[in-house]
Write a protein that binds this ligand. Structure first.
Ligand SMILES: Cc1cc2nc3c(=O)[nH]c(=O)nc-3n(C[C@H](O)[C@H](O)[C@H](O)COP(=O)(O)O)c2cc1C
Length: 170
């Protein structure tokens, strides 16, 4: 099996248990690193071209607009050879009930036919929201496997959950 971990995560202001905190690494990024350490495979971060604001509220507004307008969100060039992978571990924060538009844009650009996709997300209560269904719609010829949702404030304690989840893969 040839997996790759691709994720998007937003550093800056975040809310941990309802308290505003500035973080240099987003929750999904922490989770992605834990997963890649176990899989020993390439790790690719999706980074937006025009940075999201530091402010949580401003980012929420931006994301709402992108979602309403079904915007494509330009991201920095990534090195990913589709012919060399068969499994995609796809990580994202739940934004407005699903994956952020930058992730949707990546999925529009990337050939997911025949790919096994293991989604993982971080959230503040709504787990995957509707993102698993949206993934199935957006990637109809991919094999969407069971996902790992982790509450943002609990990513540091997610090791056992990750191990259990990866049993389905290994
Ligand atoms: C724009 C935006 C929208 C969000 N929408 C939701 C949501 O609908 N449901 C939810 O449970 N959490 C929501 N959250 C909380 C994030 O999913 C949560 O803080 C996540 O862990 C952030 O991951 P990150 O640090 O990797 O960006 C939202 C956060 C932002 C910034």
């Amino acid at each position: 099996m040839n997996p790759v971990v691709v994720y998007f995560s937003h550093a800056g202001e975040n809310f941990i248990n309802g308290i505003s905190k500035k973080v240099s690494m987003g929750n999904t990024e922490v989770l992605a690193h834990k997963i890649v350490n176990r899989l020993n495979c390439p790790l690719i971060q999706l980074k937006e071209m025009a940075c999201y604001p530091e402010s949580y509220d401003e980012t929420v507004k931006c994301a709402e607009y992108e979602k309403k307008e079904n915007r494509r969100v330009a991201y920095q060039k990534i090195e990913l050879d589709r012919s060399k992978i068969d499994t995609l571990f796809l990580g994202y924060p739940n934004w407005w009930g699903s994956y952020p538009r930058i992730v949707a844009t990546f999925l529009e650009d990337f050939d997911t036919d025949g790919l096994a996709i293991y989604p993982f997300c971080t959230h503040e209560g709504s787990a995957f929201g509707s993102s698993m269904n949206e993934l199935k719609t957006q990637c109809p010829n991919a094999d969407i496997r069971s996902g790992l949702p982790v509450r943002g404030s609990r990513v540091e304690r997610a090791d056992v959950a990750i191990e259990n989840w990866l049993l389905a893969y290994k």
